[in-house]
Structures are given as C-alpha cells and as structure tokens.
Write a protein of this length. Structure first.
Length: 495
C-alpha cells in the first residue's frame, strides 16, 4: 500500500463527494477506506463544517494516516452560516445551498486535486442531488458513478415517483393540518400499487417523506425525482445493501440501471477487508460528528445480558418536547432498562424544560441511562443490548442487521418511512410504529419486542446477520461486486 508515487506510476485517482451529513459521510468514508486498501488514490470532498466535525470528533487523521498520501480530504463551503442548525428539515437547506454554491468550488477542487504524486482524477463517485458536478466530469471525459447511501427500497420508491403520481397515489388529498384527522389517517393506509415489486407492502404512509405531500409540484420532491431518474445516465450505481436483503428490489432497479453494485453492509465489509489485510479495525474507524461518550459501556457492563433497549434517533432527527416526553413515559412505564442517545441539538427550541416529572426522573435513575452520542456499533454489539429502538436511518438499520438484533422502528422523515416498513413487513425483524409515539403504544411495543415476541424476532435477525456476513465474505455477492468495482476503477486511469 505504497502512497508516494511519481507521475504515471501513481494508481488511479478517485474523487468521492458525499452529501455533507453524518449518515452519508460515514458510508462514503467507509468506501474511501476500502479503496485506499485496494491501492487506489482517493480524494473525499467535505464541507468545512463536516470536516471540522470529523477532525474534532471522528479521528479523521488517525484513521487515514496509515494510507499516507493515498487519502486526501478537500474542503468547500456549504454556503451557510456557521450557526445554521443543519438538522431536521433544515438539512434541505444544506443540499439546496450546495446546488447554488457547489459547482464552481467543485471545479476548483478538481483542478487542485491533480498533483505531482497523484494522477488526474479518473472517476467521480457522487451522492444524490449533485448533478451540478457533472459538467466537470463531461469536460474531462471521465466516468462517474452515483452512490446513494439509502436503501434500495427507498431509492426505488423515489425512482417510481412519476408512476406513483400517474396512478393518483400521490399527492395526498388531506393537507398537513389534517394530519390527525380521521380522513388523513385512513388515506395514509391506502395501498401503493405503482411501485413494482412492492405491491401489497407499501401503504401511502410508507412512501419516503418527500412523497408524503399534497403538492406534486413540491420543489424538493421534483428535484429528488429528477435526480433519481438521472441515475440511469451514470456509468454505474452503488448501493450500500446486499442481495439477500433487497434482491427483488435490486432486480427491479437493474432493469433500468444494469451496472449496479450492491456492496454492503459497508461498515462490516470494511472491517473484514481491514482484518484480512492484517490491520486492526478499531474505534479509529469512527466518523462521528459528535464526541462519543463511552461511559455508557460501563453502564451496559453492569446490566444483565439482553436486558436493555438501545434507543437512538440518528444524526438529524428533531423531537418536539411533547414527542420526547411520550417516548420517555413509554420507556419508563414499560419497566424495561434503556440506554437513550439524545443529541444536544435534537429537541426543538432546546426546550426540555426545567421541570421533569418526578416519575420520569425516578424511573430513569433506576433503569435508564441517557447520553448525547455513543460509539453505536460497539453499543449494538454489547451483550446487554437486546433490542434497537431506531429512527430507521439506513446506516442504523444495516448496523443492526449486521449484529443480528430485533428492532422497534419509528421514522422521522425521508427514506426512514420506507425502511421501517421493510423491517417489519418484509424482513420481519421487529415492529414499525411510524406516525405515532403515544406513550401507551411505546410501552406496549417495547414489551412486545423485548418479551412477548422476542424469540421470533431474534431468530429472524440472527438469520439475516448470517446472510450479511456471507455477503461480504470471499465469494459473497457484495464481496464479488466490490472487486468488480475495484477492477473498473483501476481501469479508469486518464490516458
Ligand atoms: C438519515 C437517513 O435516514 C439515512 O438513511 C440517510 O442516508 C441519511 O440521513 P441519519 O439520521 O444520519 O440519516 O441516520 P443513519 O443513516 O442511521 O446514520 C446515523 C449514523 O450515526 C450511524 O452510522 C450511527 O452508527 C451513527 N451514530 C448514531 C453514532 O455513531 N452514535 C450515536 O450515538 C448515534
């Protein structure tokens, strides 16, 4: 894995550009590291904001230093002020602002990423919603791949947006203010028939958040639908999933995008490739945007095996104070132990309030532990954890699938709406309570998954984790696909 080369002896140089949010950056850094291991040169484009976070909390330098000059990070501005929240619905500001200010900066990054010890960039790997980078690829006549960090089932739902609209299955007729009315609730349970391969599975409430709107001309939806369809023009398409998990949906996508590489679960794939290259895969692999609080491991060490519900709603979810308290009461009233990650910026208006009801304080002291951010893979693999109560972000689901734990799925927005349906209805690894966090429902579902149906869900989860391991092992589908991708990239050197 030599890293200093001169001129033509240097390996092909791949430029990777993730959407600058935690989930996207984590998956793309995992792919970047796999490429470094495969003796490719990589430049990852980060925004100043995400770069700062990774330097401070994610150990970016220590993680990639072993690859010498093979890895570089280039930075651009996302065009937003430092104190912009970059969470909740405000993440769309990040995407939209980059569409405005990203193009020229990207061109400059491309120009400056060619150096004495590196070849010119020979292939681009970009996230969704980044078509503004494509003129540069065209001018340089280099191939580009799209890597969407979401599930195949969510991608495929976005892909079918025009068909869903043509079938009259969206826009929704009730408006947002009607959210809780009888009609709206009923409408949300109507089936979606226009997504091939998902008949009998999807209801309108399971469509990705951007499609659950009452205006088909919604700008974010139209932008997402157009960029998703445009994936057909890329030289290849990468998804962080595996054939045994999403095979039937991948087959549907292949009818439109034949050069598809399913290479997941990427975090375990990287771990396995590091181990077979003789490297230790340690916590240095973290790409956290927040400081990891490892005190929770001591707390977990003192809990009985399989007794704890681990609760985390990911990196961008925002909860209202009412939602927070419904979840909290539900957890405490279930009588089951819980470890709960609540990011410091995750309660709307930073308003937990001064008065926390005594029964919640007491119940939490007795059976709970709350932290701001944890090393999630370590927590999920801890023997005391029995169930993952998740917001259904795709990385979180894959990390749980790899470990083999049952899930309780809630969903905040975007792809999470579809992911949570697949966990409960297709993979049968847990239950889906999207669109509600009523304390009684939370209490019941925690008991149901932790006690009443635990064995049933555990059996499914363990079987799936074996399939995940097989996919990334030598000869497995993701292993073979990743090698095929590596081979292609190695053939892209600029002539
Ligand atoms: C959301 C989407 O739902 C996701 O599918 C999409 O690709 C990006 O935006 P996010 O809220 O970031 O994602 O969820 P998720 O994809 O699950 O990623 C969160 C990451 O943060 C996971 O890798 C998880 O391990 C990590 N994490 C979370 C920690 O390391 N510590 C924590 O305490 C909580």
């Amino acid at each position: 894995m030599s890293s200093e080369y001169s001129g033509a002896a240097a390996p092909p140089h791949i430029l990777i550009f993730p959407v600058p949010l935690q989930g996207h950056v984590s998956s793309m850094l995992n792919l970047a590291e796999i490429f470094c291991l495969s003796d490719l040169h990589v430049t990852v484009v980060l925004t100043d904001y995400s770069h700062r976070r990774l330097l401070r909390h994610g150990g970016l330098h220590s993680r990639f230093s072993r690859y010498g000059g093979a890895f570089r990070a280039a930075t651009i501005s996302d065009g937003l002020p430092d104190d912009h929240p970059r969470t909740g619905e405000a993440i769309f500001d990040v995407v939209m602002s980059l569409r405005e200010v990203g193009g020229e900066q990207f061109r400059r990054v491309m120009e400056s990423s060619d150096g004495a010890s590196r070849r010119r960039v020979s292939c681009l790997i970009i996230d969704g919603m980044m078509s503004y980078t494509l003129p540069v690829a065209a001018e340089r006549r280099i191939p580009y791949f799209i890597f969407r960090t979401i599930s195949a089932c969510a991608f495929w739902s976005y892909f079918c947006t025009p068909e869903i609209i043509a079938a009259g299955e969206m826009p929704l007729r009730g408006n947002d203010e009607d959210k809780l009315t009888y009609w709206r609730k009923k409408e949300m349970d109507f089936p979606v028939t226009a997504v091939p391969g998902m008949e009998g599975i999807l209801r309108r409430r399971d469509l990705p958040g951007l499609l659950r709107v009452n205006d088909a001309a919604n700008l974010s939806l139209q932008a997402m639908a157009a960029e998703t369809k445009a994936t057909t023009k890329a030289n290849g398409f990468i998804l962080n999933t595996f054939e045994d998990l999403e095979g039937p949906i991948l087959d549907q996508i292949r009818k439109h995008i034949p050069n598809l590489y399913s290479v997941g679960p990427l975090h375990s794939h990287l771990k396995s490739r590091l181990e077979s290259s003789g490297f230790e895969s340690s916590q240095k692999n973290s790409s956290s945007f927040w400081a990891e609080d490892s005190s929770c491991i001591d707390w977990l060490d003192s809990q009985p095996i399989g007794s704890v519900v681990y609760v985390s709603f990911g990196s961008v979810t925002m909860l209202t104070r009412d939602e927070l308290f419904e979840f909290w009461y539900g957890l405490v009233n279930s009588g089951i132990r819980f470890l709960w990650v609540i990011r410091p910026d995750s309660v709307v208006g930073n308003r937990v309030g001064d008065t926390i009801p005594e029964e919640l304080e007491e119940g939490t002291k007795r059976r709970g532990h709350m932290v701001e951010w944890v090393p999630q893979s370590t927590v999920l693999g801890h023997p005391s954890v029995g169930v993952f109560f998740t917001h259904s972000g795709w990385n979180s689901i894959l990390e749980c699938v790899a470990i083999g734990l049952p899930m309780i799925c809630w969903a905040y927005f975007v792809d999470q709406m579809t992911n949570s349906r697949f966990v409960s209805e297709v993979w049968k690894m847990g239950l889906d309570i999207k669109d509600t966090c009523d304390r009684v429902i939370v209490e019941n579902v925690v008991r149901e998954v932790m006690e009443v149906r635990k064995d049933e869900f555990l059996e499914r989860a363990r079987a799936m984790s074996i399939m995940a391991r097989n996919a990334i092992s030598e000869g497995g589908s993701s292993f073979v696909n990743l090698n095929r991708l590596n081979e292609f990239l190695k053939s892209t050197t600029q002539r």
